[in-house]
Design a protein. Structure first.
Length: 406
């Protein structure tokens, strides 16, 4: 709240009058400004600071001037408030002097930035540019951050430009050891790192929209613990491919899984494929052409003979290239397939994508740059993770070198 009062400085001018000043107070801070008007201390006290009815014309003029100045101060304050600006008393003084200094914009809260980003992201999902799963990721991130701010600061929001290293690393600790979701306390390291990357993305969006100037999460140095990618060996892949299941349910799941093994498409991308995604190049080679839902990156893959057999098997039986199935049911049925085929691995739909990256492509000498392009990775570092686990690929290269020394 703004408060302005007139007062008399005790210093006297040669003619015996003292200067009149105005003290402006706001948010427990204050400044003084000179009015340029003078009056004797005796008359100031006698007229009760010019509040009593005045008879002297000079005093009436001073009174009118001071009233107008106080109204002007109030107007300037309201103008700046309506613009949504963080009001500084020095800036207000500059405005009164006609300097028109622009005050700094109010700091946007990170929860407000989340709202703006998620509204924008929702439109991308509705346009088919991003997936609902990605939207859920940001919604979950927002809920976690809101819980942290409420617990540690008792606020509904927190200014982005006030976020420091203490805020960031206390947040990391909260996520790891205190956050509660579906009755489970704490989140594992890799998920925590991904959540904080989401918070960094929100602040990057705020920078892009000129809402803030720096990203407070740049200081975070948490890293994901790389786990060995789960994939099938050629022998395990052959065991599934050669197995004939008596139930139509498991046979379909087998075909969908093998399709992903030979194309590298993630579940969401595989189920969205239609005949419109098929095209033939000038040499007569058949390709599947699509854009990855997760990253919006092009992921074009040549159709291998096993892939074509599956496409032909289900051609015109449904709207897409493959039968529809939920990710949950797919993974449940894959466990049955693993038991029947005596595969001692946690078989999930995503294992097929890893199998394509390792057993189907890299192990057969496909250049890592081409594998990265087919997987729709945003950078080759993501693909190098698969290359690290391929001892057979290393052995093949060393066998070539070994022959030279025989």
């Amino acid at each position: 709240m703004l408060k302005a009062i007139c007062y008399l400085k005790t210093e006297k001018t040669p003619n015996g009058d003292s200067p009149i000043f105005i003290k402006i107070s706001h948010n427990q801070k204050s400044i003084t400004i000179s009015t340029g008007k003078f009056i004797s201390r005796e008359r100031w006290l006698f007229t009760n600071k010019l509040r009593n009815p005045l008879k002297v014309e000079k005093e009436k003029v001073i009174k009118q001037y001071l009233d107008n100045l106080l109204i002007t101060i109030e107007k300037k304050y309201l103008e700046l408030s309506k613009l949504g600006l963080d009001i500084s008393l020095n800036d207000l003084r500059a405005e009164l002097k006609g300097k028109r200094l622009r005050p700094k914009a109010k700091s946007i809260g990170i929860m407000e930035a989340f709202e703006k980003h998620n509204t924008y992201f929702k439109r991308k999902v509705e346009a088919g540019e991003r997936t609902k799963a990605s939207m859920q990721k940001y919604t979950r991130s927002k809920d976690l951050l809101k819980s942290y701010i409420k617990k540690y600061y008792s606020f509904d929001d927190y200014p982005i430009d006030e976020i420091n290293s203490s805020f960031v690393y206390n947040l990391e600790s909260f996520l790891k050891y205190e956050s509660v979701y579906k009755g489970k306390v704490g989140i594992k390291n890799n998920s925590v790192v991904k959540y904080i990357r989401n918070f960094k993305t929100i602040c990057a969006y705020a920078i892009k929209m000129n809402l803030v100037t720096k990203n407070p999460f740049d200081i975070y140095e948490g890293k994901i613990n790389i786990k060995e990618a789960q994939f099938l060996t050629q022998q395990e892949l052959d065991a599934i491919e050669q197995k004939q299941f008596s139930t139509n349910r498991l046979e379909k799941v087998k075909d969908i899984f093998l399709f992903s093994c030979y194309t590298g498409y993630a579940p969401i991308d595989a189920l969205n494929l239609t005949s419109e995604n098929l095209f033939q190049d000038n040499s007569g080679n058949l390709w599947i052409r699509t854009i990855r839902a997760k990253t919006a990156i092009k992921a074009n893959v040549p159709v291998l003979p096993p892939t074509l057999r599956i496409i032909d098997k289900y051609r015109e039986q449904q709207q897409g290239l493959l039968p529809k199935i939920s990710n949950q049911k797919m993974n449940a049925y894959l466990k049955e397939i693993a038991d029947v085929c005596n595969i001692q691995k946690n078989l999930t739909w995503y294992v097929s994508r890893h199998t394509f990256a390792t057993t189907i492509t890299l192990a057969n000498g496909i250049k890592i740059e081409n594998v990265s392009a087919m997987l729709g990775h945003t950078n080759i570092k993501q693909t190098q993770h698969y290359a690290k686990v391929l001892d057979t690929s290393v052995m093949n290269d060393m066998m070539k070198l070994n022959s030279k020394y025989q």
